[in-house]
Design a protein. Structure first.
Length: 75
């Protein structure tokens, strides 16, 4: 999907294209976190830390999206 958004640029507004690319990257980072919550990684302390990292990525994504919505509304 990242290649599609980069090549086709489905939105007329460049800000929306960048936000879509940002959201896709956040989804990929979150998906990579999920691999470490299986038995592949037996260290539970590291899984706990990676859980907080996943929460951080999610909160960062939500904050950026909400900030853009507020900025667009105020502008």
């Amino acid at each position: 999907m990242i290649v599609f958004v980069t090549a086709v640029k489905p939105f007329e507004n460049p800000v929306l294209n960048r936000m879509e690319l940002f959201n896709e990257c956040c989804i990929i980072v979150a998906a990579y976190h999920l691999f470490y919550f299986t038995d592949y990684l037996p260290d539970y302390k590291l899984q706990y830390k990676l859980g907080w990292s996943l929460i951080g990525v999610t909160i960062f994504n939500i904050t950026v999206n909400m900030g853009l919505m507020v900025w667009t509304s105020v502008r």
